[in-house]
Design a protein around this ligand. Structure first.
Ligand SMILES: *Cc1c(COP(=O)(O)O)cnc(C)c1O
Length: 238
């Protein structure tokens, strides 16, 4: 038995999401919750699903594959998003198990994914990860590179890839201005992409984690990725 009450935590996080929506003048159901279950076992995912959670985020493909195979064997049908950076040799597997890769950080991911998706004859949603925090390395380092990827999709180079949004991680800091600025940059880029590529369905702003999701919602987030506040601290030695 885990000491963490997942059902109660989910209830509280949902309540706080609702409150943040209301206090920033947004509709209550505008923000989706992606429950980040990395480092937590299949049983925890099942417990969350029993409380109505369907969407989960994992950052390692191998771990996700093993865990979600177990979850499905227990009779559940979760929706999985990959949120961690992918080595090229993990992209095929990611295309097989996830409905979305939120952490597309380079053109190569699109090229490699397209190759496998075409063979599988299926489409995959992607978010582009924008690098906005000094203390992290992940995400497209330059907006120009990201724009070029959008151009290539718009010109039909990757027909099995559906670009649905942007993702970012704010810096881990108490300085709220830095956190806000990271989210603002991402929103501004989303709006620019919508102007420059009106035919691409880029709408989602996946931003906000356990420590900063309320700020993210104030800054326009439409999806928060929350792990610790739902499942408790991660045990990295497991
Ligand atoms: C781990 C992780 C999260 C969740 O972090 P918490 O602080 O535990 O809520 C969100 N997004 C990404 C990309 C992550 O790797």
């Amino acid at each position: 038995m885990s000491l963490v009450n997942i059902a109660e935590n989910l209830e509280r996080v949902r309540e706080e999401i609702r409150n943040a929506c209301i206090s920033s003048g947004r509709k209550e159901n505008e923000v989706l919750l992606c429950a980040v279950s990395k480092f937590h076992p299949a049983e925890d995912v099942v417990e969350a699903m029993k409380s109505g959670q369907v969407l989960f985020g994992e950052n390692r493909v191998q771990e996700a594959c093993e865990k979600f195979t177990q979850v499905e064997a227990m009779g559940f049908t979760p929706d999985l998003h990959i949120i961690g950076n992918l080595q090229t040799n993990k992209i095929k597997k990611a295309c097989e198990i996830a409905s979305c890769i939120q952490s597309v950080d380079r053109e190569d991911v699109l090229r490699e994914a397209e190759k496998h998706l075409a063979r599988m004859n299926r489409c995959l949603e992607v978010y582009f990860e924008l690098h906005t925090a000094e203390d992290s390395k992940s995400g497209y380092g330059s907006e120009d590179d990201l724009l070029r990827s959008c151009e290539n999709i718009a010109s039909g180079l990757y027909p099995h890839i559906v670009p649905k949004g942007l993702m970012t991680m704010a810096p881990f800091t108490d300085d709220e201005r830095l956190v806000r600025s990271s989210f603002q940059k991402t929103r501004i880029l989303r709006d620019r992409l919508n102007r420059e590529f009106p035919n691409l369905p880029i709408q989602v702003l996946s931003m906000g984690m356990s420590g900063d999701y309320k700020i993210a919602i104030e800054e326009g987030s439409t999806m928060v990725r929350v792990g610790t506040a739902i499942f408790g601290e991660r045990n990295y030695s497991r």
